[in-house]
Design a protein around this ligand. Structure first.
Ligand code: G3H
Ligand code: 13P
Ligand code: ZN
Length: 306
């Protein structure tokens, strides 16, 4: 993160659920000579099992020699964080953003103490992610966006290593009804206040950062899908965030769409095919292409392994 902060780029954090996603993302990182974060949600842990995920990531590290972080995404409680740390994850997120402030501080601190004693870093979240909709009043938006003074207090009191903030992004494929808008002024204020409080180059995390490529959506729909009105964060906004204090950018929806588009196309064009290596291989290639484009043209982490 320190290198990313100083270099004006961000590291991509991609959600993994199976082997094809791991291989697609890692092949892209290798082709771009980039560090990468592979992250696993609670539901991914349930789907694929921690040991399988850890073993696949170990294989990727061994094969490529890249700096790959294995990160728990949106850890819901202390127990899940502990389970992942014991399994060998290098980083965990505790997401206490839905708790009231004092409870978020207390629960995050507990995870930080446990993790730091074991050499594992912790991400936490402050503010609630929500889409910016045309009819959302400023006051309502302010109520869910991260408060800059509270962010400083939170970092001070929890000892957290990075902070996910709410500035207008949201999870999933339907982020905006009207124009896409992020509160960059708020990001700047948070960074400045952290700097003034002695947290030099403090890394900020942006969740809900998929761009929802319209070509990919069209491809899903062309081959029988029904994804209407999906809209994501424009690439130029992510480039801007990466050049600022945002050091980690989370993307999952874009991978899901790419994978689905490739599989739908394979089935649509060849209804007689039933070898999973065919359509899953296409999905893996499409993920690689997508992630390479992100690394090179959006977040700018190409050659971060140098
Ligand atoms: O932020 C959430 C990620 O997109 C993970 O989603 O819980 O369905 O795996 P999931
Ligand atoms: P997207 O839904 O925009 O891909 O966000 C993923 C994310 O934030 C995972 O934590
Ligand atoms: Zn998220």
């Amino acid at each position: 993160f320190e290198k990313a902060f100083q270099g004006g780029y961000a590291i991509g954090a991609f959600n993994i659920n199976n082997m094809e996603i791991v291989q697609g993302v890692v092949a892209a990182a290798q082709a771009q000579n980039s560090a990468v974060i592979l992250q696993v949600s609670k539901s991914a842990l349930k789907y694929a099992h921690p040991k399988y995920l850890k073993a696949m990531v170990d294989a990727a590290v061994e094969e490529t020699g890249l700096d790959i972080a294995l990160h728990l995404d949106h850890g819901p409680d202390f127990e899940t964080c502990k389970e992942c740390i014991e399994c060998g994850f290098t980083s965990v997120m505790f997401d206490g953003s839905h708790y009231d402030y004092e409870e978020n501080v207390a629960k995050t601190k507990e995870v930080v103490e446990y993790a730091h004693a074991r050499g594992v870093v912790v991400e936490a979240e402050l503010g609630k992610l929500a889409g910016v909709e045309d009819d959302v009043k400023v006051d309502a938006a302010n109520a869910t966006y991260t408060d800059p003074d509270q962010a400083v207090d939170f970092v001070k009191r929890t000892g957290v290593d990075s902070l996910a903030i709410a500035i207008g992004t949201s999870h999933g494929a339907y982020k905006f009804k009207g124009e896409a808008k992020l509160d960059f002024d708020r990001l700047e204020t948070i960074t400045k206040k952290l700097e003034d409080a002695g947290f030099h180059n403090f890394p900020i995390v942006l969740h809900g950062a998929s761009s929802v490529d319209q070509k990919c959506v069209a491809m899903c729909n062309q081959y029988g899908g029904k994804i209407d009105g999906a809209k994501g964060i424009p690439a130029e906004m992510l480039r801007k965030a990466s050049s600022m204090a945002v050091c980690k950018i989370n993307m999952d929806t874009d991978l899901r769409l790419a994978m689905t588009a490739a599989i739908r196309k394979a089935f649509g064009e060849n209804p007689a095919a039933f070898d999973p290596r065919g359509y899953l291989g296409d999905a893996r290639n499409m993920i690689q292409e997508l992630v390479e484009d992100k690394i090179k043209n959006v977040i700018g982490s190409t050659d971060s392994m140098k």
